[in-house]
Design a protein around this ligand. Structure first.
Ligand SMILES: [Zn+2]
Length: 275
């Protein structure tokens, strides 16, 4: 199993970091977790594409995690030679978001259907709203969801991907909580979104300090990893984006609370799991 960070950024546009998105490449195919800004550019660099996705999993419906859903729907459809509905798993509300996105694309869909004689079908999606338990099982790959805590954003979920004895967890945006502990126990890799509490407090802008109460800090993520016997903690969705040369600082903050391996995400960073 491979974990490829497609986007290590956050809502704040950054020249070097696409929006939150992680690709898990496994026997079931390419599983995409969240689809932030620039996801298909990074997918192309990773040798994937909208049409190559086996399924899309959404941790929650914040715009930075879903903004390029429309690009995935459009490209999967416009480049297809037969109907290939996109399989989507997400929290309650995901079906509404996907439906609204398809509706928003209606004008463009009409243009393309009118222009391409061999394109005779609409984009298709199959959305399953998930809360807790196994949501996907195929080719020896099992994906389990559990509720996380990103209040007042609700509901939100994290995902645990298991292939044999190898386990990867996608936390999404959350503060430490029981659902995340359940998902993370004994994981080889925990992909965790984080913010730097110390820097954000120092900046002191209310619009920024607001995010502290519903995100894990680097230290929170490290404590979650330690408490649940995780092998590697992969920090992503980095707020604010690390300034050049500060990467070791982030890792040291986590290492103070967690003895395992700590990795700071960059776009297209790839981890091999279990090899
Ligand atoms: Zn969020």
């Amino acid at each position: 199993m491979q974990v490829i960070i497609l986007g290590s950024g956050s809502p704040l546009p950054d020249a070097h970091r696409a929006g939150p998105s992680t690709l898990v490449r496994c026997a079931a195919g390419d599983l995409l977790f969240d689809c932030g800004r620039g996801v298909l550019m990074r997918a192309a660099a990773a040798g994937s594409a909208a049409g190559a996705l086996r399924a899309l999993f959404l941790t929650h419906l914040h715009s930075d995690h879903t903004t390029d859903l429309n690009d995935i729907i459009t490209m999967r459809w416009a480049m297809s030679f037969q109907p290939t509905p996109l399989t989507v798993f997400g929290p309650v509300g995901a079906a509404s978001l996907v439906g609204a996105t398809e509706a928003m694309l209606g004008t463009d869909i009409g243009y393309r259907l009118a222009h391409h004689d061999d394109l005779t079908w609409q984009p298709g999606t199959q959305v399953t709203e998930v809360e807790h338990g196994v949501v996907f099982e195929e080719s020896g790959v099992r994906v389990t969801a559990a509720p996380t805590d990103h209040a007042p954003v609700h509901p939100t979920v994290g995902f645990r991907i298991e292939v044999g004895s190898q386990t990867v967890v996608i936390a999404g945006d959350t503060v430490p909580c029981a659902g995340l502990d359940e998902l993370s126990e004994g994981a080889d890799v925990l992909v965790h979104t984080v913010v730097r509490r110390d820097i954000i407090e120092q900046i002191g802008l209310p619009r920024l300090t607001d995010v502290l109460d519903y995100h894990s800090s680097v230290e929170d993520a490290a404590r979650t990893a330690a408490r649940n016997h995780v092998g590697t903690l992969l920090l992503t969705h980095l707020v604010p984006a690390p300034s050049p040369g500060s990467e070791e600082e982030w890792i040291a903050l986590a290492a103070a609370h967690f003895d395992g391996e700590v990795v700071l995400a960059a776009d297209l960073l790839t981890l091999e799991v279990g090899s």
